[in-house]
Design a protein around this ligand. Structure first.
Ligand code: ZN
Length: 63
């Protein structure tokens, strides 16, 4: 069961997707490619998801 802290972490992460590798445009959650240059951002999303999961697992270890 998700704790309030975990829920907040996920919600905050939605606003913390990385910038485009190619042109640096800030990406928003839900974008599948860069709105400026059209670059595929799947790698960015994977990095973002990996960080998020790592954070969540770290928190679990503390409890
Ligand atoms: Zn771009």
């Amino acid at each position: 069961m998700a704790t309030e802290e975990q829920i907040q972490m996920v919600v905050n992460s939605l606003y913390d997707v990385e910038s485009c590798n190619r042109c640096g445009t800030r990406l928003r959650f839900g974008d599948l490619d860069c709105p400026r240059c059209g670059s595929d951002i799947e790698d960015n999303l994977r990095d973002w998801a990996e960080r998020l999961v790592d954070h969540l697992l770290d928190k679990d270890d503390e409890n």
